[in-house]
Design a protein. Structure first.
Length: 231
């Protein structure tokens, strides 16, 4: 319990997370630096991969993007360095069920996942005036273009707006499949694309989590509802 609390604390403080031995090669590769142009972040399994690839496809130049760390320290760093920052939020129950499947965890790990969700979006809530926060549901329904428009409007940037064309969607899906094959051996539970088989597994998990993690889940859902009511 004490170790988990320290990890949550460390993941919320940039000076600790980025400087005190917690940084792997992948974190050094994915994080934003002082000259970063954009940070795209979320709790895991919230459309981060699709959003990043859609954004990259639309740009006509290389953009320095920090993404996929899934820790509040990355968000705090972006705000401190005045780097435009896009946050995606998804319903906690769906997030946690999907993450457990992705990680191959026991359902017993749901409580710890919910705690991380709550920690991440508590920080986002604290810094929300300096961020662009969008809902996963809207990205699924409308694509990424509206989110990039919101970034340009808030920060005065001139990023190219993704059009959501068939060619774009095909390219993004191809990149997601390549990532899945390279990093996850093609596992159906890990690919960032819809799957009927995974949907059945997730439905069972959601039922278990709602029964066995009711208190923690209620806290996360109240936090989510505050964002959802403002979107």
């Amino acid at each position: 319990m004490i170790i988990n609390r320290f990890k949550l604390f460390a993941q919320d403080v940039p000076a600790i997370y980025f400087n005190l031995g917690l940084v792997s090669a992948s974190i050094r590769r994915l994080r934003a630096y002082g000259d970063g142009e954009l940070v795209i972040e979320s709790f895991p399994r919230s459309g981060n991969t699709t959003t990043v690839y859609s954004f990259v496809y639309a740009q006509q130049r290389s953009v320095k993007i920090g993404h996929h760390l899934h820790v509040p320290a990355h968000v705090r760093f972006a705000v401190k360095k005045s780097i435009p920052c896009l946050i995606i939020i998804r319903e906690p129950l769906d997030c946690v069920a999907s993450l457990i499947l992705y990680k191959g965890l026991s359902p017993a790990g749901a409580s710890a996942c919910i705690a991380k969700y709550t920690s991440f979006y508590t920080t986002v809530r604290e810094l929300s005036e300096s961020l662009v926060v969008v809902n996963f549901k809207q990205i699924v329904d409308e694509g990424v273009g509206f989110a990039v428009e919101a970034i340009n409007a808030k920060y005065g940037t001139d990023f190219v707006i993704p059009e959501g064309s068939q060619q774009e969607r095909k390219w993004v899906e191809e990149q997601e499949r390549k990532w899945n094959l390279k990093n996850d051996a093609g596992s159906i539970d890990k690919i960032a694309l819809p799957s009927a088989e995974r949907a059945v597994k997730a439905a069972r998990l959601r039922k278990w989590i709602r029964i066995n993690c009711a208190t923690a889940l209620a806290t996360a859902e109240r936090l989510y509802s505050r964002f959802d009511s403002e979107s």
